[in-house]
Design a protein around this ligand. Structure first.
Ligand SMILES: Cc1cc2nc3c(=O)[nH]c(=O)nc-3n(C[C@H](O)[C@H](O)[C@H](O)COP(=O)(O)OP(=O)(O)OC[C@H]3O[C@@H](n4cnc5c(N)ncnc54)[C@H](O)[C@@H]3O)c2cc1C
Length: 390
């Protein structure tokens, strides 16, 4: 039996009805044609206020992948998971809105999340997405090095101000703040900003953490440079390591704009690169702390093995694991039971506004070979196990 096959443990918090619903949903998601047609219909009907559809989404995708509409509502889930030694990371999951009012609101939400997390071991991290604080095209413009117009300069100052204030607040409250990673054509602008924050706020310990996508080429070299800079300037590094979520988009843009593909040539190469990052962290634990955001069982096992080799306790504050709420409970709950530091990203927000997040999850489960099959097999196994108990 694989280490992560205990479905009784994995679904301890789920009713049989919830499992049946999840099984139905993952079965639907499996078919790209169904998913794509569903997404089109969903975006249209939800944005045009069809309450029936909103209710349907609330009872299916939303219930599976989100904690609730508000942070307070999501606390029920937080408490349940913490009983299994699983932390929660609130993720204000509004995507695709690009006006200043939404950026300000996301910034305030992030600060509220920091207040909520202060001194609360059930919420070990707070996170935000770069495009939650500013426009994608603005980051791209900054990264390109082109001269900004005066209104763009003012807009960028606001973005920088939001980073500054959020990081300072996290530092004052002693809460770890993690910044997500997005498209390569904005990531250098993000990295530069986050590096500045790390140099400022990580002098005693890693408070500000960046995200590194290991499906990219050249990221080990980047890590080496970061480490050198951190040693020279005496600060600590915190990183979330992921494979990366924008592969199709990245490849398409590189092809269209005729620049070298920034993504590793194959899944195997991306896996090797991810595992190289695990090795890199383990060799530099004096300066680096890491959060491995992955649903990959082999990588997870490798991290556990390396921790043992290095003599780290399972709950060493140097290493965290993370999965998304609604996915890979078999990994999260197994890690939790063995007292590893493990967390779930717990998205929340108004149903209508989190639809882009939900459709991304649906698409990911269609495109990530094997993931849906794995979820379905586990769900079926647990439903069967419960049926046999009757
Ligand atoms: C807690 C958490 C936080 C996350 N935060 C972020 C974030 O900030 N930014 C972000 O971009 N993503 C983020 N992700 C998503 C992540 O990048 C992956 O898309 C997702 O987790 C699937 O990868 P995996 O390691 O779980 O497993 P696997 O299923 O083993 O790997 C699938 C991944 O492998 C890569 N891949 C697949 N095929 C190929 C190929 N042919 N060539 C090259 N690479 C390939 C892709 O990255 C794909 O997503 C996060 C995930 C988690 C669990």
């Amino acid at each position: 039996m694989s280490l992560f096959n205990d479905t009784k443990l994995a679904f301890a918090d789920k009713s049989t009805q919830q499992l049946e619903k999840a099984k139905w949903m993952f079965t639907m998601i499996q078919y790209p044609a169904v998913t794509n047609a569903g997404i089109k219909a969903l975006n249209f009907t939800v944005q045009n206020n069809f309450p029936f559809v909103e209710n349907l989404v609330r009872n299916t995708l939303f219930e599976q992948f989100c904690g609730g509409v508000t942070r307070e509502q999501s606390m029920q889930v937080v408490k349940k998971m913490f009983k299994h030694h699983i932390g929660s990371i609130f993720d204000y999951a509004i995507e695709g809105k690009e006006d200043e009012a939404t950026f300000d609101h996301t910034f305030q939400e992030t600060k509220e999340n920091i207040k909520f997390a202060e001194g609360n071991p059930a919420i070990p991290f707070v996170v935000f997405k770069p495009t939650g604080f500013g426009r994608l095209d603005l980051y791209a413009q900054v990264q390109s090095g082109n001269e900004l117009t005066s209104s763009e300069k003012a807009e960028w100052e606001k973005v920088v101000g939001r980073y500054e204030e959020t990081c300072r607040f996290a530092y004052e409250k002693n809460v770890i703040l993690m910044v997500d990673a997005e498209e390569t054509w904005i990531q250098t602008a993000v990295d530069n900003l986050v590096n500045r924050m790390m140099a400022k706020y990580n002098q005693e310990k890693p408070i500000v953490w960046n995200t590194i996508q290991m499906y990219r080429t050249g990221r080990i070299e980047y890590l080496k440079e970061d480490l050198e800079r951190a040693r020279e300037n005496h600060y600590f590094l915190g990183y979330k390591f992921v494979r990366g979520a924008y592969m199709e988009k990245e490849r398409l843009r590189a092809q269209e704009m005729r620049y070298p593909d920034p993504i590793q040539p194959s899944k195997q190469a991306a896996d090797d690169n991810y595992n190289a990052a695990i090795g890199f962290v383990m060799e530099h634990l004096d300066r680096i702390s890491a959060f491995f955001g992955t649903h990959n069982e082999r990588s997870t096992k490798l991290i556990m093995d390396k921790m043992r080799e290095k003599g780290l306790e399972n709950d060493s504050r140097k290493i965290y694991f993370g999965q998304l709420y609604g996915m890979s409970d078999n990994i999260t709950y197994t890690l939790g039971e063995q007292k590893y530091n493990t967390c779930k990203y717990l998205p929340y927000g108004p149903v209508k506004d989190v639809v882009p997040y939900l459709t991304r999850r649906a698409q990911e489960n269609t495109s990530v070979a094997g993931q849906t099959g794995r979820e379905l097999a586990l769900l079926k196994k647990e439903i069967e196990r419960r049926r046999n108990l009757r």
